[in-house]
Design a protein around this ligand. Structure first.
Ligand SMILES: NC(=O)c1ccc[n+]([C@@H]2O[C@H](COP(=O)([O-])OP(=O)(O)OC[C@H]3O[C@@H](n4cnc5c(N)ncnc54)[C@H](OP(=O)(O)O)[C@@H]3O)[C@@H](O)[C@H]2O)c1
Length: 349
């Protein structure tokens, strides 16, 4: 039933007669049958579309991962994980070995990589594990060493995890006018230049070995921006866009995965939230994940079809809140967190 119409004598309202006249007119128009019916139809469509999107989001956290389709080579399927000697990268290695892949670890510290490879070989005797040393911050095409090693693999590279990244420079939290020029270059190289060059160099191999998949590691900071780590957050926004563009490029170039993921080069990026790792020991109550939870969550999302995913529903909620709240509120909350981190880091340094 439509709401009742108003029948006020607007002339009685003295100085408010004009607002009452137009207010009543607008209200009565809104209360009319046509507008009520239109509002009901539009409202129902909005509610259904919201419920459908919510349902699809929940489904993406329940439906089985497509990771196993990339374990298809009879000569051995290989995953390459960059920045694999610690934190989330190290967790990706464990998860991938657990799921039947042979793994090549990339890092910068030969002794550390040797030690980890030896321990993993004992833990996973049926897998083949190798490593490659290349300084991702170097401008001297470190990706070449990785590609050379991939070409010698006894099997096929089908999974590339572009994990290396972060803020490897000291001080970790610093305003842009105080950071050194070299630190900026290092951060851009490790987070943006190296993954881009590595993907470029390995794409022909991944296309030949299809179905294959390229994963990238973005960050919540790449969505919101954050003071004292401006270079880092900007490189992560770059990673998000690189991922979306590359996924679109695979489609137009004829490398889109088919429905069952039996062919094509899939591209999926992760917007990673606060995760315990070698470079991040800060705790955000409720929202902090372990490196293993993060890697497990990323691999569980494979096959969602979306260019950018969240490792866990907690990160999805956090980002959802971030983009829904007024920008000034989000900026204030992020600033408070970053000031606390900077203060803590200065005490420890
Ligand atoms: N942790 C978080 O809260 C968080 C949040 C958002 C996004 N992420 C992203 O997740 C990814 C992993 O971060 P993480 O926190 O796990 O980092 P992490 O614990 O510091 O591990 C970084 C890994 O990269 C290696 N590495 C660092 N610099 C390198 C270089 N120049 N050349 C080659 N390897 C290098 C490290 O080697 P060593 O073992 O020799 O140090 C280590 O294996 C990054 O892309 C980061 O931006 C993390």
């Amino acid at each position: 039933m439509p709401p009742p119409k108003l029948d006020l004598d607007w002339k009685e309202y003295g100085p408010f007669s004009f607002p009452v006249f137009y207010g009543q007119k607008a209200y009565n128009a809104w209360a009319g049958d046509t507008i009520q019916l239109t509002a009901a139809v539009v409202g129902t469509a909005v509610v259904f579309s919201f419920l459908a999107r919510l349902g699809l989001s929940i489904w993406s956290y329940i439906k089985p991962s497509k990771l196993q389709v990339y374990c298809h080579s009879e000569t051995g399927s290989w995953a390459l994980v960059t920045g694999a000697s610690d934190g989330i990268g190290r967790a990706f290695v464990d998860e991938l070995l657990d799921r039947g892949f042979n793994v090549m670890l990339h890092g910068r510290n030969r002794e550390k990589l040797e030690r980890i490879t030896k321990a993993l070989a004992e833990q996973f005797p049926r897998r083949t594990i190798d490593f490659v040393v290349a300084d991702a911050s170097s401008l001297d095409h470190p990706e070449d060493a990785v590609v050379e090693k991939v070409q010698q693999l006894p099997g096929k590279l089908t999974v590339l995890v572009n994990n290396v990244g972060g803020v490897p420079t000291k001080p970790q939290y610093v305003s842009l006018h105080k950071i050194t020029a070299d630190s900026i270059d290092t951060q851009i190289n490790i987070n943006a230049r190296f993954p881009t060059q590595l993907i470029r160099a390995l794409l022909p191999t991944l296309q030949e070995n299809q179905p294959s998949i390229i994963l990238t590691c973005g960050s919540a900071g790449g969505i919101s921006g954050a003071p004292y780590i401006a270079t880092y957050t900007a490189t992560k926004a770059y990673v998000h866009n690189l991922t979306q563009s590359l996924k679109a490029e695979m489609v137009v170039e004829g490398f889109a995965p088919d429905k069952k993921y039996t062919k094509g080069v899939e591209v999926q990026g992760y917007i990673i939230g606060n995760t315990r790792s070698a470079q991040n020991t800060t705790e955000m109550p409720y929202f902090t994940a372990s490196a293993r939870e993060c890697a497990k969550g990323c691999l569980a999302r494979i096959g969602s079809g979306k260019a950018l995913e969240y490792p866990t529903w907690k990160v999805a909620m956090q980002i959802g809140l971030m983009v829904t709240l007024p920008e000034a509120v989000t900026r204030k909350a992020v600033a408070k967190e970053m000031i606390a981190r900077k203060t803590q880091a200065e005490k420890e340094e």
